[in-house]
Design a protein around this ligand. Structure first.
Ligand code: BES
Ligand code: MN
Ligand code: ZN
Length: 493
């Protein structure tokens, strides 16, 4: 597991500006006002910050931006980062400013002198989110035994900031776990290894159960098993319980697509870009990261996370196009395309979740369709729901956390595309509205009266360029939004 850089809070100490090693960051307001720490740094550097705020380039500077003075004279630091930030930034403004600092940090230590700026905890959260890299398999980096420098945030209200930061850092830990899982190659993160990593979270107070193929067989999850049957890795369903709420109260259910690798099966994908399908367990990764965050911050809610773990491979034993399988629910499905496998996995796990837990709400996450990338690109996940209240709550949470989410329609008329000649339905609905017909398929496994959201995260789980919170690669999209949804709507006071 990648470790987050350690972030500590300390009282304001202006004398440290001269002697601190690594990077030192001070704040100026967007209209160029220096606070006491910036004034001290300005004096040490014989007016460098004053010249900076008087410069042409500062005129164009926006809130949240960092302007760096390298090897500043009069200071021991290797860089003086001048952060443009109002005295009372919004939470997101402060978080994004933290991201800008985290991006520059590298292996150096960082002393951030927030002084009397509010939202110091959000500055820390932003640093924690951006200061991430997946180097588990880089032997050259590993050879560098020096641990990266830590972060000290100096604040006049450092004790309050430290208290406020603790639950945020718990969420950042969850995000890092999601990114690690999504980044891990499929020969390492097999279904068994995935289940083992989840089982390790019992140390955090989560209860973790692993259902094996024989259990799934008994439950009748033939849809899910049909996806994994071509692989040598056994299919599994992992159930994680966090019981922080009222004893016996029905939980919120989070359900994740955990296809550890998606070759397409017999409907084999083209070679070019197939390596990206190592991220096809992204939904499961978000569920895992969210459960970790809830456990670390001891959320006062009952939440159950269920993950369907399979590998979609071609083999002599693989499902063929045209095969008909029965779902746990009892409906039969004609598998026209073995590459539309995610919905088969989710349908069975969703049905199981409702039969066993009668959840108050159910949210599934999946890298489900390429079509959602065509529709929404990489900035917004597709949101499908049968319940306006739950859906609005989620959209609000996502917005507050700065995670893009856009509601898409559902509708009975799309069901026509799923009609099968020989079974109750087929697993694909053709090219038009590909993300919607996938969601319609899932909705057949939602019971009347269960508020449900389907999040198609194919475009946002892992991306080729950096995002507002992450370097390029796995983003951890959704952990923050789901955590906030739980906090705002599902926690007992
Ligand atoms: N895992 C893919 C969807 C995907 C595509 C995720 C690109 C991330 C990036 C999914 O299992 C899939 O193959 N979907 C097919 C469905 C089609 C066969 C109906 C697709 O989108 O092409
Ligand atoms: Mn597929
Ligand atoms: Zn897939």
């Amino acid at each position: 597991m990648s470790r987050l850089t350690k972030i500590t809070f300390a009282p304001l100490d202006l004398t440290s500006l001269e002697t601190a090693e690594g990077r030192v960051a001070v704040c100026v307001t967007p209209d160029g006002k220096l606070d006491q720490a910036a004034r001290r740094a300005n004096r040490l550097t014989r007016g460098a910050i004053a010249r900076l705020v008087d410069s042409k380039s500062f005129e164009a500077a926006k809130s949240g931006q960092v302007m760096t003075l390298a090897w500043p004279a009069g200071m021991a630091a290797e860089a003086l980062d001048v952060l443009v930030l109002p005295n009372r930034p919004t939470a997101l403004e402060a978080r994004k400013a933290g991201v800008a600092l985290g991006k520059l940090k590298g292996r150096a230590a960082l002393t951030l002198v927030a002084a009397s700026r509010s939202r110091a905890e959000e500055l820390a959260m932003g640093i924690a989110l951006r200061d991430y890299s997946f180097d588990a398999h880089k032997t050259k980096d590993k050879a560098d035994k020096t641990t990266p420098g830590g972060v000290t945030v100096q604040s006049t209200r450092w004790e309050d900031a430290a208290t406020a930061a603790a639950p945020l850092i718990a969420v950042a830990e969850g995000v890092a776990m999601t990114r690690d899982l999504v980044s891990e190659p499929a020969n390492v993160l097999t279904t068994t290894e995935f289940a083992n990593r989840l089982a390790e979270m019992t140390s955090l107070g989560l209860e973790v159960e692993v259902l094996e193929e024989k259990d799934l067989e008994k439950l009748g999850m033939r849809m899910l098993l049909s996806v994994g049957q071509g692989s040598d890795s056994p299919s599994k369903v992992v159930v994680m319980h966090w019981n922080g709420g009222k004893k016996g109260a029905a939980p919120l259910a989070l359900i994740g697509k955990g296809v550890v690798f998606d070759t397409g099966g017999i409907s084999l994908k083209p070679a070019s870009g197939m390596e990206d399908m190592t991220m096809d367990m992204g939904g499961a990764g978000v569920v895992a990261g969210t459960m970790r965050a809830l456990a670390l911050r001891k959320a006062k809610a009952n939440v159950v996370g269920l993950i369907g773990l399979v590998e979609n491979m071609p083999s002599g034993n693989a499902t063929r196009p045209g095969d008909v399988v029965a779902s746990m629910k009892g409906d039969t499905v004609e598998i026209i395309n073995t590459d539309a496998e995610g919905r088969l996995v989710l349908g069975d796990v969703m049905w199981y979740a409702q039969e066993r837990f009668s959840p108050t709400g159910m949210i599934d996450l999946a890298t489900l369709t390429g079509a959602i990338i065509i529709g929404l690109g990489h900035d917004n996940a597709g949101v499908f729901s049968n319940d306006d209240v739950l859906c609005d709550g989620f959209l609000k949470a996502a917005k507050a956390e700065g995670e893009g989410a856009w509601r898409m329609p559902l509708g009975e008329s799309y069901d026509k595309q799923l009609k099968s000649k020989i079974a109750d339905m087929k697993n694909v609905g053709g090219r038009p509205a590909g993300s919607i017909t996938a969601a319609q398929f899932l909705q057949r496994f939602v019971k009347d009266g269960t508020p449900w959201i389907h999040l198609d995260i194919a475009g946002v789980a892992s991306v080729k360029s950096e995002t507002p919170y992450a370097p390029s690669g796995a983003t951890g999209w959704g952990v923050m939004a789901l955590n906030r949804l739980v906090q705002d709507q599902f926690e007992a006071d």
